[in-house]
Design a protein around this ligand. Structure first.
Ligand code: G6Q
Length: 554
């Protein structure tokens, strides 16, 4: 690809800026934090601990303009078919559109249908929560089991865990995603069929993991309560009414969503039913309202005041100019511990692409980084070593609420002290001289100092964003998730990829379907020698085990 003006400027800026130390930037400008902090509602976004100055930022904004970011944002919000490989509009934003304004796809306003399903979700979630929708034997449905995978699991799972403090006292939520029989068994061992509601969440209603798990749960229920019980204990969330009916779920018990809602963007749709059941429909709406506030910010704020845009551009700066292809998200909040797993799908499934929108293979720049993370302070005791002293910096997002839902003595102050200290330490580092001085002050002899000072020094200059929230409420969480969605979208625009398809996920589905009959012995293995040998070994081990079990019984 020809080097554009903005790219050429950024390459020059990188040469100029590569060796600049952030601690010097702070020392030379006591307004740096103020200058590079944005406040939006109860969210404070401090991006000052990044390796940039005004000139770098200006070039990054030029890059966004070269890619017509503002027009692309409008294309998404207005229902243009920006998911080109699937020829679909991308309208998760319509699901949280409270403006009263229509949103059109193919000339049809999608809002009436969205509002209809939301009303149905409210009616149903209220009825389950207040006990008017009962199980087959007249008992209250207290256990909510969501059966889904990928986008039909990670969003509702992460959000229900994040909002645990808002759960109804007598409701428990469970999630079955993995095809591994253990996932099903561990949930079914813990619930009573008379009090359990199964939600089969599948956009396509063809996903083997979900359908297999749903069948197992259905058999379990029918065995306990009979076939008639299914309509009292099973509902479906899907775009595929035909397949739902074929599975044996009454379509009246189906909550619909549509092609313009991508799997990993679907927690705002009917896929969020488990959230509404756990925290109540009003709180589910608060989540959507928080997301809408971020949508409006993203759509209307100028680039230099736009939180998702700045996050995205800094990410591109590190990924494409510093060649750092890793990225950490560390929430300092136990309730948000699954946020990194959720973001892994959002970011990596959206932007882990190597074909451009013009159908050309990408060969000269990098797209989405590998994302990882976990809850602080736990991860300080696992992978933070690499963040502080590994050979490559890893840009990090820190997320912290000022107020905990469990203000327990000094716990929260200690937590906050940790996150602030980590960000400061990553930025400042510790010179070899400082390390030596510390050792000297601790009374170490010169030989020991010589031996340890390098190991005890820290390069610093390691970037991080700080997201400070007042508290993790449904509204704040909605804002936070939408912020990441829009960051991912912005990066996709600049990388010129389709952030809304996922062809790479399909391969696994096809390959597994081929191997399954070979494991069952009904087809002959035809693979590379490694795969064939492994299939043969598994078949032998399983046959051996069956024989042993049969001998025990005999
Ligand atoms: C997400 C992907 C993928 C999808 C799952 C489940 O964007 O499309 O993670 O959500 O494969 O698909 P179903 O909902 O169709 O079962």
């Amino acid at each position: 690809m020809a080097v554009s003006n903005a790219v050429a400027t950024l390459l020059e800026e990188y040469k100029r800026f590569n060796s600049v130390q952030m601690k010097d930037l702070f020392a030379n400008d006591d307004k740096r934090a103020e200058k590079y902090t944005l406040n939006f509602g109860e969210l404070t976004f401090d991006y000052s601990k990044n390796r940039f100055d005004d000139k770098v930022l200006k070039a990054l904004f030029e890059l966004a303009e070269e890619h017509h970011l503002k027009e692309r944002i409008e294309d998404m919000f207005s229902g243009k078919k920006i998911n080109v490989t699937e020829n679909r509009a991308v309208l998760h934003t319509a699901l949280r559109n409270f403006s009263g304004k229509p949103v059109f796809v193919d000339g049809k306003d999608v809002m009436p249908e969205i509002l209809r399903v939301q009303a149905k979700m409210k009616e149903f979630s209220d009825a389950v929560r207040n006990g008017t929708f009962k199980g087959a034997t007249g008992k209250k449905l207290k256990n909510i089991v969501n059966i889904g995978i990928g986008g039909s699991d990670l969003g509702p799972y992460m959000v229900t865990c994040a909002l645990k403090k808002y759960w109804a006292k007598d409701i428990q939520c469970y999630f079955i995603s993995n095809i591994d029989g253990t996932a099903c068994a561990e949930v079914l061992n813990n619930v009573n069929p008379e009090e359990t509601l199964f939600i089969v969440a599948s956009k396509t209603f063809t996903t083997i993991e979900t359908l297999t798990n749903a069948r197992t749960c259905r058999e379990w229920l029918v065995k306990a309560l009979g076939e008639e019980a299914v309509k009292h204990h099973f509902v479906a969330l899907s775009t595929n009414a035909k397949a739902v009916a074929e599975f044996g779920i009454d379509v009246n018990n189906m909550f619909e969503f549509w092609d313009f809602v991508g799997g990993r963007y679907s927690l705002w749709s009917a896929i969020g039913l488990s959230i509404a059941l756990a925290v109540g429909f009003d709180n589910f709406m608060e989540l959507l309202k928080g997301a809408e506030a971020m949508d409006n910010h993203f759509r209307s704020a100028p680039l230099d005041k736009n939180i998702p845009v700045i996050m995205a551009l800094l990410g591109i700066w590190y990924n494409d100019y510093y060649n750092i292809h890793r990225y950490g998200v560390i929430p300092y909040d136990q309730y948000l511990k699954f946020l990194p797993s959720y973001l892994q799908q959002l970011d990596m499934e959206s932007n882990g692409k190597s074909v451009r929108l013009d159908n050309k293979k990408i060969t000269d720049y990098a797209t989405g980084p590998a994302l990882f993370g976990g809850a602080g302070t736990d991860v300080q005791h696992s992978f933070f070593q690499l963040l502080h002293q590994g050979t490559q910096p890893v840009p990090v997002d820190f997320i912290i609420p000022a107020i905990s839902h469990n203000e327990n003595g000094k716990h929260h102050e200690i937590l906050i002290a940790n996150v602030l200290a980590q960000a400061e330490a990553l930025m400042k580092g510790k010179t070899v001289e400082e390390a030596a001085e510390e050792l000297r002050a601790a009374g170490k002899d010169e030989a020991t100092i010589e031996k340890l000072k390098l190991n005890k020094s820290f390069d610093g200059n390691r970037p991080s964003n700080m997201f400070l929230l007042k508290q993790i409420t449904p509204y704040a969480l909605g804002m936070l998730i939408a912020m990441y969605e829009h960051k991912v979208f912005t990066q996709g625009v600049i990388w010129e990829i389709d952030s809304f398809d996922q062809w790479g996920v399909e391969l696994g589905k096809q390959l597994a379907l081929k191997i399954l009959p070979e494991l069952e012995g009904s087809a002959l293995a035809q693979h590379d020698s490694s795969t064939s040998a492994l299939i043969a070994k598994v078949v032998a081990l399983r046959a051996e085990c069956k024989k042993e079990q049969a001998e025990k019984v005999a």
